[in-house]
Design a protein around this ligand. Structure first.
Ligand SMILES: Cc1cc2nc3c(=O)[nH]c(=O)nc-3n(C[C@H](O)[C@H](O)[C@H](O)COP(=O)(O)OP(=O)(O)OC[C@H]3O[C@@H](n4cnc5c(N)ncnc54)[C@H](O)[C@@H]3O)c2cc1C
Length: 341
């Protein structure tokens, strides 16, 4: 029987270091422990919140009347390998970057540019994590989950997951329904491509590397991230606070005429992706201090908690930034992290 704790502080469970008390908290040691914990929450009529590493979650500082479930299982298993590819099962509690390091060490290609993304493997499908040209959806084979609605384990295929840019079914119609217990991914044994990202290409070239190994790519991505993003252990943050907005091609062309430096990238569905950080910077908000919150000087997409922010100041600051961008550019920013109250 898994111990169920009451009134547990949530701040240590978020890299934003903000949070009140969890009404109930339990850590499942295996997928088999989940049904009894779900049954307990259902008997109490409480919603279940799955805790990862909290690197994309901001908790309210009030008491939160939910059942908080942490997943404490973390095995990585190679299940099939041939001349060109390998299939791997990874349990939800594994740190994402540990899974990347494990794959890179073995010469398995497909997630190396996702090096250094904080969080757990179980959370990777939620917003279809992505960076430097790769995203989780590209390697996904299966997502194993416990379906709270039917009280049974379920296997989802990528086509069921509606993966898109920082989105999936788990943030839409399936929100709150699934406890992801593990993923199966397919990686390639072929040599890696050079990431086509400015900054990464130049760094490789400056080291005279024309055919980078997976280790070269991982090292350069980790160094680039360390330069560009404040370390949440020193500066509490949840990475990008806003998603890069997707706009129509017509709107993108119009904006480009008025703001020739605005970074715009092609996106799926004929849309254009605009840099939210650039928009915030262009509103003069980079390095701005709000109420116990600071817009990071290296990356205007990142809000840093000085240690005394409240949930209210977070909401007010987000609204102020959204309003500034709307007024100047006519673009609506969307908050990326899960705001839990
Ligand atoms: C410095 C920094 C840099 C970042 N860089 C990137 C980046 O480059 N690209 C990117 O995509 N993201 C990035 N992020 C965001 C974050 O790392 C990812 O979203 C990550 O996947 C979150 O993992 P987590 O375990 O911390 O999830 P949490 O924040 O704990 O959870 C996020 C959401 O997923 C749900 N959830 C978590 N685990 C499960 C599960 N097993 N089953 C069901 N629901 C679950 C939670 O309930 C919550 O709603 C960054 C964050 C930080 C702090």
């Amino acid at each position: 029987m898994t111990p169920i704790l009451e009134n547990i502080p949530l701040a240590p469970h978020s890299t934003f270091r903000l949070g009140g008390l969890a009404r109930y908290f339990a850590e499942a040691g295996s997928p088999a422990a989940i049904p009894e914990l779900v049954a307990f929450a259902q008997k109490k009529n409480l919603p279940i919140h799955v805790l990862g590493e909290g690197s994309n979650t901001i908790f309210s500082d009030a008491a939160i009347n939910k059942f908080f479930l942490k997943l404490g299982f973390d095995a990585i298993r190679e299940i099939r390998k041939d001349q060109t590819e390998v299939v791997i099962e990874i349990e939800a509690g594994v740190s994402w970057d540990k899974a990347v390091a494990w794959s890179v060490e073995r010469g398995y290609q497909g997630i190396e540019t996702l090096s250094g993304i904080p969080g757990t493997v179980g959370a990777a499908p939620i917003q279809n994590i992505g960076a430097y040209g790769q995203e989780f959806a590209n390697v996904a084979v299966e997502i194993r989950a416990y379906d709270i609605e039917s009280s049974s384990p379920i296997v989802l295929r990528p086509k069921d997951c509606e993966f898109g840019y920082r989105i999936s079914v788990f943030k839409k119609s399936g929100r709150g329904r699934y406890i992801i217990t593990g993923v199966t991914i397919r990686l390639s044994l072929l040599p890696p491509a050079i990431p086509a990202y400015p900054g990464i290409k130049e760094k490789l070239a400056s080291e005279g590397i024309s055919s980078p190994s997976l280790q070269d790519i991982r090292r350069i991505i980790l160094a680039t991230r360390a330069e560009k993003l404040p370390d949440p252990r020193k500066y509490p943050n949840v990475g990008s606070f806003f998603e890069n907005p997707l706009i129509s091609q017509a709107q993108a062309e119009k904006l480009k005429r008025n703001y020739p430096n605005l970074p715009i990238f092609p996106a799926s569905g004929g849309k254009a992706k605009v840099s939210a950080g650039w928009l915030i910077d262009a509103c003069g908000l980079k390095e701005k201090d709000f109420d116990h919150l600071h817009v990071d000087k290296r990356n205007a997409l990142v809000l840093v908690n000085d240690g005394s922010a409240t949930f209210q100041t977070v909401i007010e600051t987000a609204q102020e930034i959204i309003k500034s961008v709307r007024t100047k550019f006519g673009i609506e920013l969307e908050i990326e992290p899960d705001l839990v109250s």
